[in-house]
Ligand binder design. Structure first.
Ligand SMILES: *Cc1c(COP(=O)(O)O)cnc(C)c1O
Length: 473
């Protein structure tokens, strides 16, 4: 039996097989996290259309996006509406193809994902997701309060995408003092009454726990009409599948599979590559690149998920120990057994560590490899890339490029993801290269504007109170 787009349903990674409830795309979009605390995953993986798997220079980014996304959207939006939504979302991007592809050498490419309004790859998904929210809320004649935790880049990208939208409010929690100056300013200088930045006394993981706690409170969740745009939101993962498919359509001329190297924090970006692969894209290996917060590289090495303290690094958007999107992959490693997934995660929560079975570890390693780069090694990569090619790269991108170079095999076609514009992290760029990256116009407006932010303790009651008050503004 062939299944059509309208039939796409989603289940929670923690739901039991028996009488498993499933939802359509629109409910998953607005719901974010499932009621049982799990993450939504599609019930089946659609196959990529043939024209997306053969090399083509003629397909535009927006066309690729429409083809990739359509089977995931149930009947939430029509094809023509989707196309115009995508055109509108990417109109302001500072690259005619939305993303850039530049060669580092014959077999190593940089996929530049930072041409959106906040200069990090998160714009690519969030500009679309905010519009999908609007579209659905309009249809329901409803509104929503988005709450999000950010280690730096999600917050500004989400606030920028939501600013001024009539049916949406947003409260973003960020770890006080742990984002870069520019990241903070991008959040605190936005002048729109429906966007709020909150500095929390704590780490990113604390912020993420606060968001999860708000969602776990069903009354609060219902009263506030809470919605999530964190990378746990399926719509974001789906939107990120697109650039893997687009890049492959531009590079796959000689039929070689592509190895993607992805600088990783919450595991959302590299997970999208995993889905691209499951949809039929010719992917060789997926390289997971970590900074000193290396829980994922350790998991790949020894099959044990073990949390350590978060270490602040030059790549703050990857300063994460608990990569929430990993749950979707663990669910697959548990053969889609929600009870087993929930048990695994409960053990991890209780003990701070949990071991995969030998078989699970092996399956993981068949698809993924990876490594870590500490700050000195990251600076060295930035220096080296500048010396070789006169190109400035940001520290997150450098972690990826460094790991790609280390893991590279002869003849392998490698694409490293450039996740932020170098001008977003000028101190690190200057330290490595003594160069000051040219600030794009998008940055000019945040430098001298007054900041608007509130400080709150790492305390769920205080946070909830603020969210309640924000809704009334
Ligand atoms: C968010 C972010 C990452 C990590 O992406 P995940 O999807 O969380 O793995 C890497 N680099 C930059 C610049 C980011 O903003």
């Amino acid at each position: 039996m062939s299944r059509t787009a309208a039939e796409m349903r989603y289940v929670s990674t923690r739901s039991r097989h028996k009488n498993r409830q499933s939802l359509g795309f629109a409910d998953v979009l607005l719901g974010g996290l499932a009621i049982d605390g799990g993450l939504y995953v599609p019930e089946f993986i659609p196959e990529l259309a043939k024209r997306l798997t053969s090399p083509s220079d003629s397909l535009s980014y927006v066309e690729v996006a429409a083809c990739v996304l359509e089977p995931y959207l149930s009947d939430a939006i029509g094809r023509d509406e989707l196309l115009s939504l995508l055109v509108d979302a990417y109109r302001a991007f500072d690259h005619r193809d939305v993303c850039g592809l530049v060669a580092l050498d014959d077999d190593h490419w940089l996929l530049e994902l930072f041409y959106g309004p906040t200069l990090a790859f998160k714009d690519i998904a969030l500009q679309v997701v905010a519009r999908l929210f609007d579209h659905e809320l309009e249809r329901r004649n409803d509104s929503a309060m988005i709450v999000a935790a950010t280690s730096g880049d999600t917050g500004s990208a989400a606030m920028k995408a939501v600013a001024g939208r009539e049916r949406l409010d947003i409260v973003v929690l960020y770890p006080k003092g742990r984002t870069s100056e520019i990241q903070r300013r991008q959040m605190t200088t936005l002048d729109a009454p429906n966007v709020h930045a909150v500095a929390v006394d704590g780490t990113f993981d604390n912020c993420q726990d606060l968001v999860k706690a708000m969602f776990a409170d069903e009354t609060f969740r219902g009263d506030m009409r809470l919605a999530a745009v964190n990378s746990i939101n399926w719509a974001r993962v789906a939107t990120q599948i697109v650039y893997y498919v687009w890049a492959a359509s531009r590079l796959a001329e000689d039929g070689r599979p592509i190895t993607f190297c992805v600088p990783t924090g919450n595991f959302g970006n590299v997970l999208a590559a995993h889905y691209a692969s499951r949809m039929g894209l010719r992917i060789g290996r997926l390289l997971v690149a970590s900074n000193s917060n290396d829980i994922l590289s350790r998991l790949l090495e020894n099959g044990e998920l073990a949390a350590h303290e978060v270490i602040p690094t030059l790549s703050p958007s990857m300063d994460i120990q608990i990569s929430s999107n990993l749950e979707r992959l663990l669910f697959e490693l548990c053969d889609s057994d929600g009870a087993a997934t929930a048990a695994l995660l409960a053990r991890f929560r209780a003990d701070g560590r949990v071991e995969l079975t030998k078989q699970q570890h092996q399956r993981l390693r068949e698809e993924f490899a990876g490594d870590r780069l500490d700050d000195p090694a990251t600076l060295e990569v930035m220096r080296h890339v500048y010396a070789e090619s006169k190109m400035l790269i940001d520290p997150h991108t450098a972690v990826g490029v460094g790991v790609a170079e280390r893991c590279r095999q002869p003849g392998e076609l490698m694409v490293s993801l450039a996740t932020a514009h170098p001008a977003k992290f000028p101190e690190a760029v200057a330290r490595a290269t003594s160069q000051a990256p040219d600030p794009p116009t998008a940055l000019a407006s945040v430098v001298n504007q007054p900041e608007r932010s509130i400080s709150l303790p790492n305390d769920i009651t205080a946070i909830k109170e603020f969210v309640r008050s924000a809704q009334l503004i």
